[in-house]
Design a binder for this molecule. Structure first.
Ligand SMILES: Nc1c(NC[C@H](O)[C@H](O)[C@H](O)CO)[nH]c(=O)[nH]c1=O
Ligand SMILES: CC(=O)[C@@H](O)COP(=O)(O)O
Length: 180
């Protein structure tokens, strides 16, 4: 059960008013998703957050879903939850790398406060260990990370601004020049 102290010894930040948090989960593996959600919900409840949850088909849809939600201006932070387990092909690398890259680009490019709780595992057993709130609780850790960023956003600025440096983000994401 989450307390105000979580992994790494960092106390959860205090908020007034309560932070508005969107949890975006890709329940590709039902049992794993249940553990991730339980861990994230416990941390968000401990912080007094107002929480909304949405589901997407897979980890690749998490970054665009966050991008769409961010346009509403309704949220202070986002928690990305998912589980990617290696199969027979190289698609594993694509799903892992592109979902992580999308989250990073949104965090850096748009200043969104996102905790990345997308598990990238070789086996289901590895995912179960990390999704379990009583064991590694990576869902809770992702929620805590999002809250810490949200506290920094309140400390340093007015919140997510317009997308800045879209050319830089395009180049970073594609390696192509806008003029190509
Ligand atoms: N293999 C896994 C996927 N693959 C699906 C993709 O995330 C995506 O939904 C699809 O390519 C359509 O765009 N997703 C996971 O979350 N976990 C996996 O193990
Ligand atoms: C991570 C994946 O996309 C993977 O689960 C898909 O399995 P496969 O590589 O066998 O098609």
């Amino acid at each position: 059960m989450a307390t105000r102290e979580e992994a790494g010894g960092l106390a959860l930040p205090a908020f007034d008013p309560a932070p508005r948090v969107l949890v975006v989960i890709a329940p590709y593996y039902d049992g794993i998703a249940a553990g991730q959600l339980a861990g994230a919900r416990a941390v968000l409840q401990a912080a007094g957050a107002e929480v909304e949850e949405i589901r997407v088909p897979g980890a690749l849809e998490i970054p665009p879903a966050i991008r769409l939600a961010a346009d509403s201006g309704r949220f202070d932070a986002y928690v990305a939850l998912g589980c990617v387990i290696r199969g027979e092909t190289t698609h594993y690398e694509t799903v892992c790398e592109e979902s992580a890259r999308g989250i990073t680009l949104l965090g850096i490019g748009r200043g969104l406060c996102i905790g990345n709780g997308i598990l990238t595992c070789e086996t289901l057993a590895q995912a179960e260990e990390r999704a379990d709130p009583a064991r590694q609780d990576k869902g809770g850790g992702a929620a805590a990370a999002a809250l810490h960023l949200a506290a920094l956003a309140r400390r340093f600025g007015p919140g997510p601004g317009p997308l800045r440096g879209e050319d830089e983000i395009f180049v970073a994401a594609t390696g192509l020049s806008r003029t190509a």
